[in-house]
Structure formats: structure tokens, C-alpha cells
Design a protein. Structure first.
Length: 323
């Protein structure tokens, strides 16, 4: 969709940045409110959940649902109500056209978009571990996505680093392919929720290296092992593996927003209870928001709130708000 050429100079009602559950939900609400809204997304809509093999805690799906299917349904629902979605590398910057003015300018690689309101739902991305070998062997045994790469490790031995929900969920997924899955965690117990812990601890294909950190990822053409160190004694050991999946936390996608809206010390967007950011008319929703609980269901709720408040903001500017 060549939105830039359709109506050059047009001021849209709302631009939603990001096509994960928060952005798509905002899109459903804005489209039904007949706002002139556009959702822009870096690749194809879906966000991080699209890469989750199975989501079991989104209400209404007692058997669980594939992450891809859940967000694809959201996309179809939004487009069904008339939401326009444009896929291009979206944001290079955000500013007010005039200081304190009503029009927001979103600078993208393909030109500038203008709108009376914006919803920032840019999500987060996996953090790097920052050890030797990580960059060198990325794609040659080092992965951040079991759903994408797990099938390449049939009958192999793989390590999963981290003790959170992502690490344990993806480690369990990997037991479908791998002969053995070793969770390497820096503590002596898991951070992940209890139901995942129960499944992991009772899975005969799973092993645990407690209180260990990865010092180095080793290999030749591809990964052959990890150098581990005990967090207390510092004692080192080599763990031979064919691959390693890293789930050591996440970073917010806010680099392009620095200076435009207030961020917390980790880079997440600060909002008030109505999801307003420090820039008037600009809202934040989903994982990128400081204080988010990083759940699909919560991101959906944020999308609703941000959309209703953005709609009110625009209608209020026009004098058409139903008060
Ligand atoms: P997370 O909860 O932040 O867990 C990251 C894990 O990596 C932690 O166990 C942490 O150890 C470990 N870690 C961080 N830095 C490390 C380092 N330098 N070296 C070794 N280990 C390191 O991240 P996540 O698992 O990606 O989850 C993110 C959010 O999404 C969470 O709120 C989670 O609940 C949510 N989520 C939910 C589901 C679900 O509901 N099923 C699924 C996936 C994600 P410590 O424990 O010692 O800090």
C-alpha cells in the first residue's frame, strides 16, 4: 500500500505504530469508530507472539492457540473493519509539527506521516547475552527463536539460557526435536510460572545446569559447546551442545523515540493511567510501556484503552466528542 502517494500532505486521525496484539487491538477499535487510522509495521503484523508456538493463557482458547494464528485472526478482524495496514520500516522519529501543536509528524524511511494522534505499540526484542561467540555463531547454532529454528536441531543436544517463562516454554518446545535440552540458569530455581516449572522438571528429556553462567559460545563452523562458570565458585566447565537458544530478557523498541517521549531508565515509555505519554496526543500500549506485565491479554487491554483515549483526543480537537 503506497500510503505516502495516496493523499500527500493528509493529516490522519491516528497512526498506530506496531502490529502486535496491542497495535492490532487499537486498530480494531479505531476502525470500528470510523477513525481515519493507519497502522504501520516493520515487517508483517504479529509482533513477538507470532513467533510463539502455542499460547495457553489467552482467555477463550481452552486448548491454547498458535501465536501466529491468534495475531493473524486479530489482523483479519482489524482489516475486516477497514483498518489500513502498511508494512514498511516505520519509525525514524516523532515530533510535533509546531511546538505544542496538534499535528504529530512521524518520520519514516518512505517519508513523513502526519496525524492528530499516535499510539506507540512497538514492543520489545530479545536481549543479547553479550559473550564471545554470540555474534559469530548467530544463525550457526545461536538462536533467539525456538519456533523458527527448533526443527533444525532434530536429535541434537541444545542448551537454553535463562529461567523465565520464555526460556522454559521454548525449552519444552525444543524437546519435540532435540534429544536433550539443557537449561542453563544463573540461579538454583526457575523464574517461570509454576505450571511451566512442573512440566520442565518432570520432562525426561530436560536437564538443568543450576547457578551457571555462559562465559563463551564455542564452535568451528557451527556451535560445538558452551563454556560455563559456576556463579559461586567461578569453576569452569565445558558443556558440549549443537545449539544454544538465548532467552535472557528483552529490550524495548524505543531507540527512535528517545528525546520525543519520556522513557524510564531501561528505555520503556512512561505513561499515565490513560496511557498518555509526555507528548500530547501520543499514547503507548503493550510491552513497550513502562509497567507492562508482558502478557498478550494485557497488551490487548492496553490497545483498547489507548484507542479509546486517542479517539477521544481527536474528537475533542474537532469538537465532536460525545461527552
Ligand atoms: P524474563 O522474565 O526477564 O527472564 C529472563 C531470564 O534470563 C531470567 O531468568 C534472568 O535471570 C535471565 N537472565 C537475564 N540476564 C541474564 C544474563 N546476563 N545471564 C544469564 N541469565 C540472564 O524474560 P522472558 O522470559 O523473555 O519473559 C519476558 C516477559 O514475558 C515476562 O514478564 C514473562 O512472564 C512474559 N512471558 C510470558 C509467557 C507466558 O505467560 N506463558 C511466555 C513468555 C513470556 P534471573 O531470573 O536471575 O533474573
Amino acid at each position: 500500500m503506497d500510503v505516502m502517494k495516496e493523499n500527500p500532505g493528509e493529516v490522519l486521525d491516528v497512526v498506530v505504530v506496531g502490529g502486535g496484539p496491542a497495535g492490532l487491538t487499537a486498530g480494531i477499535y479505531l476502525a470500528r469508530a470510523r477513525m481515519n487510522a493507519l497502522l504501520i509495521e516493520k515487517q508483517s503484523p504479529g509482533g513477538a507472539p507470532a513467533l510463539t508456538e502455542r499460547i495457553e493463557n489467552y482467555p477463550g482458547f481452552p486448548e491454547g492457540i498458535s501465536g501466529y494464528e491468534l495475531v493473524d485472526r486479530m489482523r483479519r478482524q482489524a482489516e475486516g473493519f477497514g483498518l489500513r495496514i502498511a508494512s514498511f520500516n516505520p519509525l525514524r522519529g516523532l515530533r510535533e509539527e509546531d511546538e505544542g501543536g496538534e499535528v504529530k509528524v512521524l518520520d519514516t524511511e518512505e517519508g513523513e506521516l502526519r496525524a492528530y494522534a499516535a499510539i506507540l505499540a512497538t514492543g520489545m526484542r530479545p536481549a543479547k547475552l553479550g559473550v564471545p561467540g554470540e555474534e559469530e555463531f548467530h544463525g550457526r547454532g545461536v538462536s533467539y527463536c525456538a519456533t523458527c529454528d527448533g526443527a533444525f536441531f532434530k536429535d541434537s543436544v541444545v542448551a537454553v539460557v535463562g529461567g523465565g517463562n520464555s526460556a522454559v516454554e521454548e525449552a519444552l518446545f525444543l524437546t519435540r526435536f532435540a534429544r536433550r535440552v539443557v537449561i542453563v540458569h544463573r540461579r538454583d530455581r526457575l523464574r517461570a510460572g509454576k505450571i511451566l516449572q512442573e512440566r520442565a522438571l518432570s520432562n525426561p528429556k530436560m536437564d538443568f545446569k543450576w547457578k551457571k553462567v555462559v562465559k563463551e559460545i564455542r564452535g568451528d563452523q557451527k556451535v560445538t559447546g558452551l563454556l560455563l562458570a559456576d556463579v559461586e565458585s567461578g569453576e569452569e566447565e565445558e558443556l558440549p551442545v549443537d545449539g544454544v537458544f538465548l532467552y535472557v530478557g528483552n529490550l524495548p523498541n524505543t531507540e527512535e523515540l528517545r528525546g520525543a517521549v519520556d522513557l524510564d531508565e531501561r528505555g520503556f515509555i512512561l505513561t499515565d493511567a490513560d496511557l498518555r505519554t509526555s507528548m500530547k496526543g501520543v499514547f503507548a500500549a503493550g510491552d513497550v510501556r513502562a509497567g507492562a506485565v508482558w502478557q498478550v491479554a494485557a497488551a490487548v487491554g492496553d490497545g483498547v484503552r489507548a484507542a479509546l483515549n486517542a479517539q477521544f483526543h481527536v474528537e475533542n480537537l474537532r469538537g465532536t466528542a460525545y461527552i
